[in-house]
Design a protein. Structure first.
Length: 318
């Protein structure tokens, strides 16, 4: 949790103690006195006194605003608490739905978490590890998606209801993040999918678009120390969900996500340069029969894409 504070007030605190510009005047007067009274002994004494004042100011954060700023909690405990409470698992743990009606009752806690995300500065973010940055952006995407749904719930059957013929809910700029106001598309495509930054196709198994066709919303926050394992687990869950990916009719029937974002799976992440190579890793999840699994591993299965289910992933529906 970020502890908010007005750094400008902190920086101006010394002047406020004396009145506007008074501190500057007093400091200049003191410098003049020191210069007139300078002797070898007094110079050393006065230098020690001045350094003592500097250290005192720094301890209060007046001369070091970065130190005065609370550190962001990369465990994302507030988001995990909400997910534990409102995400329901199904399909042997390979899918989930969201208790939006109950989530709405925790709107204050959700908004407090969103406030913590929004208080992070671009400079602070730039100093984080890649894993911390990625976890932050994934959690932000998912949390703000829930917030977007709650703006119209229960009068909504699909996230698409929040858009129109000429507008998209994913392009709506309503998210204050890293010093700008961005959209869900801005987080996913301009940050998470930006070439040369993460280049990790597994983000598609982590960001959740509040739809049944999406990879499941994870029941905990993504955290840097466990991020690789969490993403790998999400991928395995998604590939094991036969309503979204399966071997049937002597071909691979897979999610439309692989059609839309197939290029992301050809970037060489973990040595994978094709969809066929990616699916081969999950032959056991995609098919039961040994001959079918062998066909998938040999890259010999024809690939088709299933229709996407845009119904809201509401627990009352599932």
């Amino acid at each position: 949790m970020i502890l908010s504070g007005d750094r400008r007030n902190m920086l101006s605190a010394p002047n406020e103690l004396y009145g506007d510009n008074t501190m500057d005047t007093k400091m200049m007067q003191q410098v003049g006195v020191l210069q007139r009274a300078a002797t070898p002994g007094s110079l050393l004494k006065n230098a020690c006194q001045r350094w003592g004042v500097v250290l005192l100011l720094m301890s209060f954060g007046w001369m070091n605003p970065v130190a005065a700023q609370a550190t962001f909690d990369h465990r994302h405990p507030a988001w995990t608490a909400l997910l534990h409470k409102h995400v329901m698992l199904s399909e042997n743990g390979n899918a989930s739905s969201v208790r939006y009606r109950a989530f709405a009752q925790d709107r204050e806690a959700l908004r407090a978490y969103l406030g913590a995300l929004s208080s992070v500065t671009r400079a602070e973010y730039a100093g984080w590890s890649r894993a911390q940055q990625m976890a932050f952006l994934i959690n932000a995407y998912n949390a703000y998606t829930v917030e977007l749904i709650l703006t119209k719930y229960p009068d909504i059957k699909s996230i698409k209801d929040l858009g129109g013929l000429l507008s998209s809910p994913w392009k709506k700029k309503f998210i204050p993040l890293l010093g700008a106001t961005v959209s869900l598309d801005g987080i996913e495509h301009d940050m998470l999918r930006q070439r040369g930054v993460f280049d990790n196709p597994y983000i598609h198994f982590a960001v959740n678009c509040a739809s049944i066709g999406c990879p499941m919303l994870r029941e905990e926050a993504y955290v840097a120390e466990q991020l690789d394992a969490q993403l790998a687990h999400q991928a395995k869950r998604f590939m094991a969900d036969r309503s979204r990916n399966r071997f049937g009719n002597d071909e691979l029937e897979v999610s439309k996500i692989f059609d839309w974002y197939g290029g992301d799976f050809r970037l060489g992440h973990r040595g994978i340069h094709s969809l066929e190579a990616f699916f081969a890793q999950y032959a056991a999840q995609l098919a039961d029969a040994p001959e079918q699994q062998a066909k998938i591993r040999a890259h010999a299965a024809r690939i088709t894409f299933l229709d996407y289910d845009w119904q809201l992933n509401d627990a009352k529906i599932r």
